[in-house]
Design a protein around this ligand. Structure first.
Ligand code: PHE
Length: 378
C-alpha cells in the first residue's frame, strides 16, 4: 500500500510522518521548551564564550564593521527559511521529517541563513547572525535537535575587486577563505585545514572547511559566494558577497573538550561552574561517568517509518536521558517485510539511573513507538 500523502508547506509528506496529533505541527514539548533559552547570549556559557571570541576576531580584523544580531526570533516563515535563500521546492530539508513546522507557512529556523535576505534588504553589508536553530535528526553524542549557528555575510562593490585583476566571484571566494582560515587560527592556533567543494542552494561556488583535530577531519562550517539572485532581490545587483554558517556546538565541543552535546543544556553546577567569561578553551573536567544502560527493540517497519520520527518519540519520553539510538540489525524477509533492531543507550550526564527507572522508560518507549509509528513490535 502507498502511504497517504498530504501537502504541507508546499511539500508532499506521508501522513504518518507527522508524529504529533496536530497534523500541521510536528514540534514536541521537549523542543518548545528550548525556545528562548538563548545559550549563545550567556557570557559564561561555552556557546556564549565562543560567540564572543568570534566577535573579537571580526572586531579586530574588520574594524568593527560587522553588525551583530543575536536576538532574532527563531520562528520564521517558510519563505524566509527556504524560498528567500533559493532552496528548491522539492529539497529534502523542507520535509516534515527534517524540519519543525508550527503551521504550513511557519517553521523553527533550521539555519541562520533564514535571516540573510531580510538583513541584506535592510541595506546591511557586513553582519553576523547568531542564534538557536532546529533540526529533526537521529540521536548521538554530537547531534541534538536544537543547536547554535553563526552566520556571516560580507558584501563587496565593484571598486573593491576591480583593481585586483580578478572577477568579483574569484575575489570574494579568496577573501572568504582568507577570513575563515584566520578565524580558525584565532580559535585553534596552528591547525591543519582543508577546503572541500560542496553544494548549497544559496552559494556558488560552495565550500566546507575541515580542520584536523585529534586524528580526525572535522567539518566546522559551510560557506560560499552568494548567489547573484539573492543579491539582486536585495538591491545589490552590481555587488558580490560571501556568506558562511558555522555550528557553534561542534567547535565548542572541541575547544572545551565537552564529550556530549547534551551537556550544553545542563544546569548542573558541576558543568556550569567550570567556564568563565572570556576564557576560550578551558578544558572541561568530566565530573563523573555514569554507566550507560542498553536496551534493544525490534519491529517491522512500514513505508512511512523514519529514524527521525523514532528518535523524536524516544526523546519525548526519555528526554536527555537518551544518549544514542543505533540501528544494529536490518533485514527483509521473503514476504518483503523489513525488520529493524535499534539499540537505545540510556545514560544521565548527572547521576546513576536505577533499573526501575530505565525499565519504565523502555516500557513507555515500546508502547509509544508502536502506537505513534504504527510499527509491529517483535
Ligand atoms: N546554512 C548552511 C547550513 O546550515 C551553512 C551556510 C551558510 C552555507 C552560508 C553557505 C553559506 O548548513
Amino acid at each position: 500500500t502507498v502511504a497517504s500523502l498530504v501537502e504541507r508547506g508546499g511539500v508532499q509528506i506521508a501522513r504518518d510522518d507527522v508524529v504529533r496529533d496536530e497534523p500541521t505541527n510536528n514540534i514536541p514539548d521537549t523542543i518548545f521548551t528550548k525556545l528562548g533559552m538563548q545559550l549563545h547570549r550567556r557570557n559564561q556559557h561555552p556557546i556564549g564564550i565562543l560567540k564572543n571570541a568570534i566577535y573579537d576576531y571580526f572586531d579586530t580584523n574588520y574594524e568593527n564593521k560587522f553588525v551583530k544580531f543575536d536576538d532574532l526570533c527563531p520562528i520564521v516563515s517558510v519563505k524566509e527559511n527556504f524560498d528567500d535563500v533559493l532552496v528548491p521546492p522539492d529539497h529534502v530539508s523542507r520535509s516534515y521529517n527534517d524540519t519543525y513546522y508550527i503551521d504550513p507557512q511557519t517553521v523553527l529556523r533550521c539555519h541562520t541563513s533564514a535571516h540573510q535576505a531580510e538583513i541584506l534588504s535592510r541595506g546591511h553589508r557586513h553582519f553576523l547572525v547568531t542564534g538557536d536553530v532546529y533540526r529533526r535528526d537521529s540521536i548521538d553524542s554530537t547531534h541534538y535537535p536544537v543547536f547554535h549557528q553563526m552566520e556571516g555575510v560580507c558584501v563587496f562593490s565593484p571598486e573593491d575587486w576591480e583593481s585586483s585583476g580578478k572577477d568579483g566571484t574569484a575575489y570574494a571566494a579568496e577573501d572568504l577563505k582568507k577570513c575563515l582560515e584566520g578565524l580558525a587560527r584565532h580559535l585553534f592556533g596552528a591547525v591543519e585545514m582543508r577546503w572541500i567543494d560542496t553544494y548549497f542552494p544559496f552559494t556558488d561556488p560552495s565550500f566546507e572547511l575541515e580542520i584536523y583535530f585529534k586524528e580526525k577531519w572535522l567539518e566546522v562550517l559551510g560557506c560560499g559566494v552568494t548567489e547573484q539572485e539573492i543579491l539582486k532581490r536585495s538591491g545589490n545587483s552590481d555587488n558580490v558577497a560571501w556568506a558562511f554558517g558555522l555550528g557553534l556546538e561542534r567547535l565548542a565541543m572541541v575547544l572545551f573538550d565537552i564529550p556530549d552535546i547534551r551537556l550544553f543544556w545542563s544546569s548542573d553546577e558541576r558543568f556550569t561552574s567550570q567556564f568563565w567569561e572570556g576564557q576560550l578553551g578551558i578544558k572541561f573536567k568530566a565530573f563523573s561517568k555514569y554507566p550507560p544502560c542498553y536496551k534493544d527493540m525490534s519491529f517491522w517497519i512500514n513505508e512511512s517509518f523514519t529514524e527521525n520520527n523514532l528518535c523524536e518519540v524516544i526523546r519525548g519520553i526519555a528526554g536527555d536521558l537518551v544518549e544514542e539510538v543505533t540501528l544494529i540489525d536490518n533485514f527483509t524477509n521473503k514476504k518483503g517485510m523489513t525488520s529493524h533492531c535499534y539499540r537505545i543507550a540510556y545514560r544521565s550526564m548527572e547521576r546513576s539511573l536505577t533499573d526501575d527507572e530505565i525499565n519504565d522508560l523502555q516500557w513507555n518507549v515500546r508502547e509509544q513507538v508502536q502506537s505513534k509509528l504504527n510499527v509491529v513490535l517483535r
